[in-house]
Ligand binder design. Structure first.
Ligand code: H2U
Length: 348
């Protein structure tokens, strides 16, 4: 029998954050491609677009006018998916028809007044201001008694369903713990209860030791392709110190977090010399007033691109019916990202 080689042989890997397995088929990365091939949209954007509903001073669809903001700007989403209004729950006698009213608040956060920039092209100081705004929102929204979870996220690129290239993210704050966060919390907690340590602190220590999947690190954060990554160039930013949420960052950690955000997003843009699409989001302690020593601040990046500026991975077929699957190994993806320059390709 041949000895196992994780760059050659199909295998499954366990994601300890979700408790799910994923199928890795590294040998398939070699197969010929006859699928989607179209040219990237590399249109240059103006610094200010009079028709953009996120640009400073412009009117939004409901007639509200944006402030003439000069750095970060946060407003209530005009088309929120959650409402603050309290309604009486309705009982249903069948456990097969469970339903619970859900309350919440949705915000939009413009990262910069510049319509043509995204995080990787912004100055470090400007990214620090985004981090500050995330922190303020986490505190403000999380302090409301009916808000138990604050999801900070960014959907970047038309391929991710993002409606506008103006650099922006969203915040959905709500009364329940959403499914993915609940799963992560349960797994972090059972690890913490069993070992008395943070799962992600132990994981990061081992990754820093093995150095197979580390892409970059600074004094306070590391970014890596997780061992269990599903998306081809999925990454995870983990704080080196064990703390639960953004309010617990020191001033140095705030700067280091902004710096590693810039590093990974610049590398992403450099990968296919395109504005790299992704969904990213911060996972941190819920705002339910409980102690959560199991939580460890981290940020996920789930980018869909696979082999060019336009050829993306689809989560279809086997993935929909059975479980997530990837071709290129996480180690190869990490090596590719590690080698890429930290200088944005447009600045070369
Ligand atoms: P996306 O590009 O990820 O769709 O985010 C843009 C958000 O901006 C979206 O949630 C909101 C949409 O509801 N929006 C407003 O709040 N006001 C507007 O005038 C247009 C879009």
């Amino acid at each position: 029998m041949q000895p196992f080689d994780n760059n050659e042989h199909p295998h499954r890997r366990f994601n300890p954050l979700t408790g799910e397995w994923i199928l890795v088929s590294p040998h398939r990365a070699k197969r010929p491609w006859q699928g989607q091939k179209e040219s990237a949209n590399s249109a240059t954007l103006p610094q200010y677009d009079p028709a953009c509903y996120l640009c400073a001073g412009n009117e939004r669809s409901d007639g509200t006018r944006n402030d003439n903001y000069t750095d970060v700007y946060v407003f209530n989403n005009d088309f929120p998916s959650l409402l603050q209004e309290e309604v009486a729950p309705q009982a249903d006698s069948s456990p097969l028809f469970q339903l619970k009213p859900e309350r919440g608040i949705n915000k939009v956060i413009c990262f910069s007044p510049r319509h043509d920039l995204t995080l990787p092209e912004m100055e470090l100081e400007a990214i620090e201001k985004v981090v500050d705004a995330w922190k303020e929102q986490y505190i403000e929204l999380g302090s409301r008694d009916f808000i138990n979870h604050v999801q900070i996220f960014e959907n970047k690129g038309a391929v991710m369903g993002c409606s506008n290239p103006h650099p922006h993210g969203q915040i959905w704050a709500q009364s329940s713990l959403p499914t993915n966060v609940e799963k992560t919390q349960a797994n972090l907690k059972s690890y913490y209860d069993k070992n008395g340590t943070s799962l992600l602190a132990d994981y990061l220590a081992e990754e820093l030791n093995r150095r197979e999947r580390i892409i970059s690190e600074n004094e306070h954060f590391a970014v890596l392709v997780p061992f269990w990554a599903t998306w081809p160039y999925e990454t995870l930013i983990i704080s080196k110190r064990h703390f639960g949420n953004i309010t617990q960052m020191t001033a140095d950690e705030r700067t280091a977090f902004a710096a590693i955000l810039k590093t990974i997003t610049v590398k992403y843009d450099n990968l296919f010399e395109t504005s790299f699409p992704y969904s990213s989001g911060i996972h941190q302690t819920p705002t339910d007033g409980q102690d959560h020593p199991e939580w460890h601040f981290h940020m996920h990046f789930y980018p869909p691109l696979l082999r060019s500026a336009t050829v993306k991975k689809f989560m279809v077929g086997y993935e929909m019916m059975a479980e997530a699957q990837r071709d290129i190994s996480p180690e190869k993806s990490a090596a590719v990202l590690r080698e890429l320059s930290e200088v944005h390709y447009k600045q070369k």
